[in-house]
Design a protein around this ligand. Structure first.
Ligand SMILES: Nc1ncnc2c1ncn2[C@@H]1O[C@H](COP(=O)(O)OP(=O)(O)OP(=O)(O)O)[C@@H](O)[C@H]1O
Length: 293
Protein backbone atom coordinates (compact mmCIF):
# COMPACT_ATOMS: atom_id res chain seq x y z
CA UNK A 1 0.00 0.00 0.00
CA UNK A 2 1.25 3.44 -0.95
CA UNK A 3 -0.04 6.29 1.20
CA UNK A 4 0.44 9.95 1.92
CA UNK A 5 -0.45 11.58 5.21
CA UNK A 6 -1.05 15.32 5.42
CA UNK A 7 1.20 15.91 2.43
CA UNK A 8 1.68 19.64 1.96
CA UNK A 9 3.85 21.78 -0.30
CA UNK A 10 4.02 25.53 -0.56
CA UNK A 11 5.86 27.60 -3.17
CA UNK A 12 6.20 31.09 -1.69
CA UNK A 13 2.63 32.22 -1.02
CA UNK A 14 1.08 29.42 -3.07
CA UNK A 15 -0.05 26.27 -1.28
CA UNK A 16 0.11 23.82 -4.18
CA UNK A 17 -0.71 20.73 -2.10
CA UNK A 18 -2.61 21.12 1.14
CA UNK A 19 -2.82 18.22 3.61
CA UNK A 20 -3.34 15.44 1.08
CA UNK A 21 -4.16 11.95 2.42
CA UNK A 22 -3.98 9.36 -0.32
CA UNK A 23 -4.29 5.59 -0.12
CA UNK A 24 -3.38 3.46 -3.11
CA UNK A 25 -3.97 -0.13 -1.99
CA UNK A 26 -1.97 -3.03 -3.43
CA UNK A 27 -3.45 -4.27 -6.66
CA UNK A 28 -5.66 -1.29 -7.43
CA UNK A 29 -5.64 1.23 -10.24
CA UNK A 30 -6.26 4.59 -8.63
CA UNK A 31 -7.08 7.53 -10.87
CA UNK A 32 -5.84 10.94 -9.76
CA UNK A 33 -7.89 13.71 -11.29
CA UNK A 34 -8.19 17.46 -10.89
CA UNK A 35 -8.09 20.60 -13.01
CA UNK A 36 -4.96 22.38 -14.24
CA UNK A 37 -2.87 23.47 -11.28
CA UNK A 38 -4.82 21.32 -8.78
CA UNK A 39 -1.56 19.88 -7.42
CA UNK A 40 -1.36 16.39 -8.98
CA UNK A 41 2.17 16.67 -10.36
CA UNK A 42 3.46 18.28 -7.16
CA UNK A 43 1.92 15.43 -5.12
CA UNK A 44 3.45 12.77 -7.37
CA UNK A 45 6.88 14.43 -7.21
CA UNK A 46 6.70 14.32 -3.41
CA UNK A 47 5.64 10.66 -3.52
CA UNK A 48 8.74 9.97 -5.62
CA UNK A 49 11.01 12.00 -3.33
CA UNK A 50 11.93 14.46 -6.10
CA UNK A 51 10.37 17.32 -4.18
CA UNK A 52 10.57 17.72 -0.43
CA UNK A 53 7.21 18.15 1.35
CA UNK A 54 6.68 21.28 3.45
CA UNK A 55 4.76 18.98 5.82
CA UNK A 56 3.42 15.44 5.91
CA UNK A 57 4.90 12.15 4.77
CA UNK A 58 4.81 9.36 2.23
CA UNK A 59 4.32 5.83 3.54
CA UNK A 60 5.22 2.57 1.83
CA UNK A 61 3.83 -0.61 3.42
CA UNK A 62 2.87 1.43 6.48
CA UNK A 63 6.23 3.07 7.23
CA UNK A 64 7.99 6.18 5.86
CA UNK A 65 9.18 5.53 2.29
CA UNK A 66 12.97 5.31 1.98
CA UNK A 67 15.13 6.09 -1.09
CA UNK A 68 15.58 2.32 -1.53
CA UNK A 69 11.78 1.83 -1.58
CA UNK A 70 11.40 4.62 -4.12
CA UNK A 71 14.14 3.22 -6.34
CA UNK A 72 11.79 0.29 -6.97
CA UNK A 73 8.80 2.50 -7.88
CA UNK A 74 8.13 2.95 -11.59
CA UNK A 75 7.68 6.64 -12.37
CA UNK A 76 6.58 8.46 -15.44
CA UNK A 77 7.29 12.15 -14.89
CA UNK A 78 5.27 14.91 -16.49
CA UNK A 79 8.40 16.31 -18.11
CA UNK A 80 9.16 12.80 -19.48
CA UNK A 81 12.96 12.80 -19.57
CA UNK A 82 14.35 10.16 -21.88
CA UNK A 83 17.29 10.98 -24.15
CA UNK A 84 16.10 12.19 -27.57
CA UNK A 85 19.33 11.29 -29.35
CA UNK A 86 19.70 7.74 -28.07
CA UNK A 87 18.35 4.60 -29.74
CA UNK A 88 15.28 3.17 -28.00
CA UNK A 89 16.61 -0.24 -27.06
CA UNK A 90 19.94 1.07 -25.81
CA UNK A 91 18.38 3.60 -23.45
CA UNK A 92 15.76 1.19 -22.15
CA UNK A 93 18.47 -1.36 -21.40
CA UNK A 94 20.49 1.37 -19.69
CA UNK A 95 17.48 2.33 -17.52
CA UNK A 96 16.80 -1.30 -16.71
CA UNK A 97 20.40 -1.72 -15.55
CA UNK A 98 20.09 1.42 -13.41
CA UNK A 99 17.17 -0.35 -11.73
CA UNK A 100 19.40 -3.33 -10.95
CA UNK A 101 18.55 -5.70 -13.83
CA UNK A 102 21.34 -7.74 -15.41
CA UNK A 103 22.23 -6.84 -19.01
CA UNK A 104 20.41 -9.95 -20.25
CA UNK A 105 17.28 -9.29 -18.15
CA UNK A 106 17.24 -5.61 -19.14
CA UNK A 107 17.55 -6.51 -22.84
CA UNK A 108 14.78 -9.10 -22.56
CA UNK A 109 12.44 -6.70 -20.71
CA UNK A 110 13.17 -3.81 -23.08
CA UNK A 111 12.62 -5.98 -26.16
CA UNK A 112 9.35 -7.35 -24.74
CA UNK A 113 8.02 -3.87 -23.97
CA UNK A 114 8.97 -2.52 -27.40
CA UNK A 115 7.16 -5.48 -28.96
CA UNK A 116 4.03 -4.91 -26.87
CA UNK A 117 3.87 -1.31 -28.02
CA UNK A 118 4.51 -2.23 -31.66
CA UNK A 119 7.94 -0.62 -31.71
CA UNK A 120 10.19 -3.68 -32.11
CA UNK A 121 11.22 -2.60 -35.61
CA UNK A 122 12.25 0.84 -34.29
CA UNK A 123 14.53 -0.52 -31.55
CA UNK A 124 17.65 0.93 -33.18
CA UNK A 125 16.10 4.34 -33.99
CA UNK A 126 16.71 7.49 -32.00
CA UNK A 127 13.84 8.51 -29.72
CA UNK A 128 13.53 11.91 -31.45
CA UNK A 129 12.78 10.23 -34.79
CA UNK A 130 9.51 8.81 -33.38
CA UNK A 131 6.12 10.52 -33.39
CA UNK A 132 5.13 12.07 -30.05
CA UNK A 133 2.67 9.26 -29.32
CA UNK A 134 5.34 6.64 -29.96
CA UNK A 135 7.82 8.54 -27.77
CA UNK A 136 5.15 8.38 -25.09
CA UNK A 137 4.96 4.60 -25.49
CA UNK A 138 8.70 4.38 -24.88
CA UNK A 139 8.34 6.54 -21.75
CA UNK A 140 5.76 4.11 -20.45
CA UNK A 141 8.00 1.15 -21.24
CA UNK A 142 10.77 2.88 -19.23
CA UNK A 143 8.51 3.16 -16.17
CA UNK A 144 7.35 -0.47 -16.36
CA UNK A 145 10.59 -2.15 -17.31
CA UNK A 146 12.10 -3.31 -14.02
CA UNK A 147 9.09 -5.07 -12.40
CA UNK A 148 8.26 -2.02 -10.24
CA UNK A 149 6.85 -2.40 -6.71
CA UNK A 150 4.52 0.59 -7.24
CA UNK A 151 3.63 2.77 -10.22
CA UNK A 152 3.28 6.54 -10.19
CA UNK A 153 2.36 7.80 -13.63
CA UNK A 154 1.78 11.44 -14.53
CA UNK A 155 -0.65 11.61 -17.46
CA UNK A 156 0.41 8.28 -18.98
CA UNK A 157 -2.45 8.30 -21.51
CA UNK A 158 -2.00 11.78 -22.93
CA UNK A 159 -1.20 11.71 -26.62
CA UNK A 160 -1.87 7.99 -27.06
CA UNK A 161 -4.08 6.61 -29.84
CA UNK A 162 -6.89 4.20 -28.83
CA UNK A 163 -4.79 1.13 -29.63
CA UNK A 164 -1.94 2.32 -27.41
CA UNK A 165 -4.44 3.28 -24.67
CA UNK A 166 -5.69 -0.32 -24.69
CA UNK A 167 -2.14 -1.75 -24.66
CA UNK A 168 -1.25 0.58 -21.81
CA UNK A 169 -4.43 -0.27 -19.87
CA UNK A 170 -3.70 -4.02 -20.25
CA UNK A 171 -0.17 -3.50 -18.95
CA UNK A 172 -1.36 -1.50 -15.94
CA UNK A 173 -3.93 -4.18 -15.12
CA UNK A 174 -1.22 -6.84 -15.33
CA UNK A 175 0.93 -4.91 -12.86
CA UNK A 176 -2.07 -4.36 -10.56
CA UNK A 177 -2.87 -8.09 -10.77
CA UNK A 178 0.54 -8.92 -9.29
CA UNK A 179 -0.30 -6.70 -6.29
CA UNK A 180 1.22 -3.40 -7.38
CA UNK A 181 -0.47 -0.15 -6.31
CA UNK A 182 -0.91 2.02 -9.40
CA UNK A 183 -1.54 5.77 -9.19
CA UNK A 184 -2.06 7.62 -12.46
CA UNK A 185 -3.19 11.14 -13.21
CA UNK A 186 -5.41 11.94 -16.15
CA UNK A 187 -7.67 14.61 -17.57
CA UNK A 188 -9.59 12.00 -19.57
CA UNK A 189 -12.47 11.23 -17.21
CA UNK A 190 -14.12 8.72 -19.53
CA UNK A 191 -10.88 6.73 -19.54
CA UNK A 192 -10.49 6.99 -15.77
CA UNK A 193 -14.09 5.81 -15.34
CA UNK A 194 -13.46 2.82 -17.60
CA UNK A 195 -10.13 1.86 -16.06
CA UNK A 196 -9.75 2.66 -12.43
CA UNK A 197 -10.92 0.84 -9.31
CA UNK A 198 -10.82 3.97 -7.21
CA UNK A 199 -10.44 7.65 -7.64
CA UNK A 200 -9.02 10.66 -5.87
CA UNK A 201 -10.26 14.09 -6.90
CA UNK A 202 -8.02 17.03 -6.11
CA UNK A 203 -9.12 20.66 -6.21
CA UNK A 204 -6.88 23.59 -5.24
CA UNK A 205 -4.43 21.25 -3.51
CA UNK A 206 -7.03 19.40 -1.45
CA UNK A 207 -8.73 16.03 -1.77
CA UNK A 208 -12.42 16.82 -2.37
CA UNK A 209 -13.58 13.25 -3.06
CA UNK A 210 -12.03 9.79 -2.80
CA UNK A 211 -13.30 6.23 -2.97
CA UNK A 212 -14.23 3.51 -5.40
CA UNK A 213 -16.11 4.70 -8.47
CA UNK A 214 -19.23 2.92 -7.15
CA UNK A 215 -18.97 4.64 -3.77
CA UNK A 216 -18.63 8.02 -5.46
CA UNK A 217 -21.57 7.35 -7.77
CA UNK A 218 -23.84 6.40 -4.89
CA UNK A 219 -22.84 9.05 -2.41
CA UNK A 220 -25.57 11.51 -1.49
CA UNK A 221 -29.17 10.96 -2.55
CA UNK A 222 -29.70 8.97 -5.70
CA UNK A 223 -32.05 10.63 -8.14
CA UNK A 224 -34.72 8.69 -10.01
CA UNK A 225 -36.42 9.21 -13.31
CA UNK A 226 -40.14 8.55 -13.63
CA UNK A 227 -41.70 8.26 -17.08
CA UNK A 228 -45.51 7.92 -17.36
CA UNK A 229 -48.19 8.35 -19.98
CA UNK A 230 -49.71 11.81 -19.70
CA UNK A 231 -48.45 14.65 -17.52
CA UNK A 232 -46.36 13.71 -14.44
CA UNK A 233 -47.08 16.95 -12.55
CA UNK A 234 -49.18 15.06 -9.95
CA UNK A 235 -45.96 13.61 -8.51
CA UNK A 236 -45.34 16.93 -6.75
CA UNK A 237 -48.18 16.01 -4.34
CA UNK A 238 -46.81 12.59 -3.34
CA UNK A 239 -45.49 12.52 0.24
CA UNK A 240 -41.81 11.72 0.77
CA UNK A 241 -40.77 12.86 -2.72
CA UNK A 242 -38.73 15.88 -3.70
CA UNK A 243 -39.36 16.79 -7.33
CA UNK A 244 -36.41 18.34 -9.15
CA UNK A 245 -37.95 18.59 -12.59
CA UNK A 246 -41.10 17.72 -14.51
CA UNK A 247 -41.21 17.83 -18.28
CA UNK A 248 -44.43 16.38 -19.69
CA UNK A 249 -44.53 12.69 -18.73
CA UNK A 250 -40.97 12.67 -17.37
CA UNK A 251 -40.03 13.69 -13.83
CA UNK A 252 -36.72 13.66 -11.96
CA UNK A 253 -37.19 12.88 -8.27
CA UNK A 254 -35.40 12.27 -5.02
CA UNK A 255 -37.12 9.60 -2.95
CA UNK A 256 -36.86 10.85 0.63
CA UNK A 257 -38.90 8.19 2.44
CA UNK A 258 -38.20 4.44 2.28
CA UNK A 259 -41.69 3.72 0.89
CA UNK A 260 -41.77 6.70 -1.48
CA UNK A 261 -41.11 4.51 -4.55
CA UNK A 262 -44.16 2.36 -3.69
CA UNK A 263 -46.33 5.43 -3.31
CA UNK A 264 -45.15 6.95 -6.58
CA UNK A 265 -45.79 3.68 -8.42
CA UNK A 266 -49.26 3.16 -6.88
CA UNK A 267 -50.30 6.69 -7.77
CA UNK A 268 -48.83 6.41 -11.27
CA UNK A 269 -50.57 3.07 -11.97
CA UNK A 270 -53.88 4.46 -10.73
CA UNK A 271 -53.51 7.15 -13.41
CA UNK A 272 -52.35 5.00 -16.35
CA UNK A 273 -49.23 3.19 -17.49
CA UNK A 274 -45.75 3.49 -15.96
CA UNK A 275 -42.98 3.40 -18.55
CA UNK A 276 -40.01 3.75 -16.23
CA UNK A 277 -38.92 4.35 -12.64
CA UNK A 278 -35.16 4.01 -12.48
CA UNK A 279 -32.17 5.35 -10.54
CA UNK A 280 -30.11 8.00 -12.32
CA UNK A 281 -26.54 6.99 -11.53
CA UNK A 282 -24.31 10.01 -12.14
CA UNK A 283 -21.38 9.77 -14.53
CA UNK A 284 -17.89 10.48 -13.30
CA UNK A 285 -17.93 13.80 -15.17
CA UNK A 286 -21.07 14.85 -13.27
CA UNK A 287 -19.52 13.86 -9.93
CA UNK A 288 -16.31 15.66 -10.87
CA UNK A 289 -18.18 18.86 -11.74
CA UNK A 290 -20.14 18.66 -8.48
CA UNK A 291 -17.15 18.12 -6.15
CA UNK A 292 -14.85 20.65 -7.84
CA UNK A 293 -17.50 23.40 -8.18
N1 LIG B 1 8.38 24.71 -8.91
C1 LIG B 1 7.30 25.47 -8.70
N2 LIG B 1 7.41 26.75 -8.32
C2 LIG B 1 6.33 27.51 -8.09
N3 LIG B 1 5.05 27.08 -8.20
C3 LIG B 1 4.87 25.81 -8.58
C4 LIG B 1 5.96 24.93 -8.84
N4 LIG B 1 5.46 23.70 -9.18
C5 LIG B 1 4.12 23.84 -9.13
N5 LIG B 1 3.75 25.08 -8.78
C6 LIG B 1 2.36 25.57 -8.58
O1 LIG B 1 1.67 24.61 -7.83
C7 LIG B 1 0.31 24.48 -8.27
C8 LIG B 1 0.03 23.03 -8.59
O2 LIG B 1 0.72 22.66 -9.79
P1 LIG B 1 0.78 21.16 -10.32
O3 LIG B 1 1.69 21.16 -11.51
O4 LIG B 1 1.10 20.25 -9.21
O5 LIG B 1 -0.72 20.92 -10.77
P2 LIG B 1 -1.35 19.77 -11.68
O6 LIG B 1 -2.60 19.32 -10.99
O7 LIG B 1 -0.35 18.74 -12.01
O8 LIG B 1 -1.75 20.58 -12.99
P3 LIG B 1 -1.85 20.15 -14.55
O9 LIG B 1 -3.05 19.27 -14.67
O10 LIG B 1 -2.03 21.45 -15.24
O11 LIG B 1 -0.56 19.45 -14.91
C9 LIG B 1 0.18 25.44 -9.44
O12 LIG B 1 -0.37 26.64 -8.94
C10 LIG B 1 1.60 25.64 -9.91
O13 LIG B 1 1.75 26.90 -10.52
Amino acid sequence: MLETRGLTRTFGDVTAVDGVDLSVPAGTLTGFVGGNGAGKTTTMRMVMGILRPTAGEVLWQGRPATPADRARFGYMPEERGLYPKQPLLRQLVYLGRLHGLTAAAATAAATEHLERFGLADRAGDKLESLSLGNQQRVQIAAALLATPSALVLDEPFSGLDPEAVDAMADLLREHAARGVPVLFSSHQLDLVERLCDSLVVLSRGRVVAAGTTDELRHRGRVRHRLVVDGDAGWVRDVDGVSVLDVDGGTAVLELLAHDAADRVLREALARGSVRELSPLVPSLSEIYREVTA
